[in-house]
Design a protein around this ligand. Structure first.
Ligand code: CA2
Length: 171
């Protein structure tokens, strides 16, 4: 009688129970969403006396490095469109661990961004590069501050790093 092939024998062999518990999939930490609103793509190119000379790309690089040192992950987005910012805020509701947002001029006008942020159960830090209280009166009111965990304003681009530290302290 022909011997069973080693393959057939192997398939009949009982699997040894592992001494270890089955390895669980490692939980991947949710990223902090860093959102920048209208005209912030122009940073570094105009009005350096107000906003400094750092470009948005450099800010995003700096934020990614700070996040890494804090053990956080980040997703950075910029848009000139209110609805796109709202889509990312809604995404952060389930996919994010926090939101850092400089909504630009929408900070002063947008009930829709206020409403989107109000749905979040994660920390939200509003950032302004300039000190809006030293500027025109129309910048003194923010629609989103009432639904933010905290606000950082007037400290330049370091405000984004400070916002990440604040989020870390809340997690
Ligand atoms: O200080 C901030 O970060 C602001 O959110 C910036 C907004 C302004 O409307 C807010 O009142 C305060 C404006 C961003 C415009 O950014 C520019 C950057 C360079 C050149 C022109 C605009």
């Amino acid at each position: 009688m022909a011997r069973p092939s080693s393959k057939a024998v192997a398939s009949k062999a009982k699997a040894k129970p592992s001494a270890k518990a089955p390895a669980k999939a490692k939980a991947v930490a949710k990223p902090v969403y860093v959102l920048n609103g209208p005209n912030l793509n122009l940073l570094g190119s105009r009005e350096p006396h107000i906003y400094g000379s750092t470009t948005l790309a450099a800010i995003e690089k700096q934020v990614a490095a700070r996040a890494k040192s804090l053990g956080l992950a980040v997703i950075c987005h910029q848009s000139n469109h209110e609805g796109e910012l709202i889509d990312w805020i809604q995404e952060a509701r389930t996919m994010g661990s926090g939101v850092v947002i400089n909504a630009g001029a929408y900070s002063h006008t947008s009930i829709a961004i206020h409403d989107a942020l109000a749905t979040l159960d994660i920390p939200v830090v509003e950032v302004h590069i300039s000190n809006v209280y030293k500027r025109e009166a129309f910048r003194h009111h923010s629609m989103i501050s009432p639904v933010a965990t905290g606000v950082i304003c007037g400290l330049g681009v370091v405000g984004y790093d400070l916002a990440l530290e604040a989020i870390k302290s809340k997690l």
